[in-house]
Design a protein around this ligand. Structure first.
Ligand code: NI
Length: 177
């Protein structure tokens, strides 16, 4: 995490922020210009953070779109999801530690379906489906949650959530942001 925000990057909203709690609306063909502009901005902000996923509400646009890149080595693997929806979930569950660029430096174990099938449109507007397990399954569910105003902390106990949100608020105050 960079301490000095890069002014050329689109800012990432930090929780609690009302846009993060609001269900986002569907991307329409009339949004094409905005979407074309947002995709590179979202990737740039995500790579800079650095993070592996970013949803449009996190940069102040209440639209159903997100970007993901699970690359751990040098080769990037960008995935653009427009209007993604989960069309199938496994009954077996998996628990993974999650974080979020809107809750910097906060982490918690979240249990979700281990596998999901997601239908979405790509950056060219082509309808696609993806079946995912492991980290990608977690990441897809986490990003699609953002489009419904849900944060990973909404999946943990109220007690743990309150502790984590207080810690975040304290850290953000200490940073003077
Ligand atoms: Ni997130």
């Amino acid at each position: 995490m960079n301490d000095a925000p890069n002014p050329s990057l689109i800012p990432i909203l930090i929780a609690p922020h009302p846009v993060l709690k609001r269900p986002a609306r569907k991307v329409l063909s009339a949004d094409a210009d905005l979407v074309r502009e947002l995709i590179p901005q979202m990737f740039a902000a995500m790579y800079d953070a650095p993070g592996i996923g970013l949803a449009a509400p996190q940069v102040g646009h209440s639209l159903r779109m997100a970007v993901i890149d699970l690359t751990r080595d040098d080769v990037r693997d960008p995935l653009v999801l427009i209007n993604p929806e989960i069309i199938a979930r496994s009954t077996d569950m998996a628990t993974r530690e999650e974080g979020c660029l809107s809750l910097p430096r906060q982490f918690a174990d979240v249990t979700r379906p281990a596998k999901v099938k997601v239908r979405y449109e790509d950056a060219q507007g082509i309808k696609r489906e993806i079946e995912a397990d492991e980290l990608l399954a977690t990441c897809l569910q986490h990003e699609i949650d953002h489009l419904d105003g849900i944060l990973f902390v909404d999946h943990i106990s109220a007690l743990k959530r309150n502790i984590l949100m207080r810690k975040l608020a304290k850290e953000m105050r200490a940073k003077g942001t």
